[in-house]
Design a protein around this ligand. Structure first.
Ligand code: ZN
Length: 310
């Protein structure tokens, strides 16, 4: 996946399911381009020069900038893709670290807890998230003195023998350990619940340091973990979940975009501001171009486009 594609709003590379909706301004740009004859209104020239992704699961989808006539191939953006996974993991680490820094700069304490299966390995991924939803609601309940949990980031781990763990970073006021364990068990989790404080000032190798915790969590966000998680459930589950306010509300998409911007800056390239069209190459060589809510079909100009494009 190219950095440009990662920066595209709505691109599948950052997890959205639909191509971007462009609105009337993009449609206007396309028709102006067509009138000027700059690219004959066809994306073929741009596709020939397109920046290719190394994602092995790319399916001939492109983002085409109507202002610069540059196209970039879209990566699949899945956690279990060998190429896309490391970018998602980098973004996940950014989210975790950003959240820790935001919490500490706001004077919050951060605790790290590990939740285990309460039924000797029989809990499914769905059971696990249901238990987490129960616990999360209980912890966030308003109490005199403040809620036990304000914001969180949670990473699911599938252990070698298939049992699930949930690792949670959370802010909020102090909860006595026994109380927290009791609440976790009432929600359906097991007894073994590791709780420790994550400290801002700690040596990097210390168990409670931000670097240690982030590294540990990143270890559960590998391709192997995504495959193991997929094997346990029919649905595509996100291995990282955060509360709305974690890290000032940073999202996966936002983190990917920030990283893409940083990588673009490193490469000394300007960011393309679009507007962008979504282009899908069909098996026969025709291309579909999505402008606004409409798909336009383009025929290849003369030459065999499936060779030219692919
Ligand atoms: Zn991929």
């Amino acid at each position: 996946m190219s950095p440009v594609v990662a920066a595209m709003p709505g691109s599948r590379a950052v997890g959205a399911q639909r191509p971007p909706s462009l609105g009337p301004s993009a449609a206007r740009t396309i028709s102006q381009t067509q009138r000027r004859g700059a690219s004959s209104g066809s994306p073929y020239n741009a596709l020939l020069r397109a920046r290719r992704t190394q994602c092995p699961n790319a399916r001939g989808s492109y983002i085409w900038s109507l202002s610069t006539d540059r196209a970039s191939e879209i990566a699949c953006g899945r956690w279990d893709c060998s190429w896309c996974q490391w970018r998602k993991r980098a973004a996940a680490c950014l989210i975790l670290q950003w959240g820790l820094e935001t919490a500490w700069s706001g004077g919050e304490r951060v605790r790290f807890l590990t939740l285990t299966d309460g039924s000797r390995g029989k809990m499914t991924v769905a059971d696990f998230y249901k238990a987490w939803n129960r616990l999360r609601v209980a912890l966030a309940r308003d109490r005199p003195g403040g809620a036990y949990m304000k914001e969180y980031a949670a990473v699911v781990e599938v252990q070698k023998r298939g049992a699930l763990h949930l690792h949670v970073l959370m802010t909020g006021r102090y909860v006595p350990q026994r109380k927290l364990v009791g609440m976790a068990m009432a929600a359906g989790f097991g007894r073994c619940t590791d709780i420790r404080e994550v400290r801002r000032v700690a040596r990097d190798r210390e168990k409670g340091s931000a670097a240690y915790v982030t590294k540990q969590l990143a270890g559960y966000l590998t391709k192997q973990s995504a495959v193991a998680l997929a094997a346990k459930t029919n649905e595509r589950r996100r291995p990282l979940r955060t509360s709305r306010g974690w890290g000032d509300g940073i999202t996966m998409r936002g983190a990917m975009r920030l990283l893409a911007d940083a990588w673009l800056e490193d490469a000394g390239k300007d960011r393309d501001s679009g507007p962008f069209a979504f282009v899908q190459v069909l098996a026969g060589g025709d291309v579909l171009v999505r402008v606004g809510s409409e798909w336009q079909r383009h025929q290849p100009p003369g030459a065999n486009p499936s060779q030219a494009v692919r």
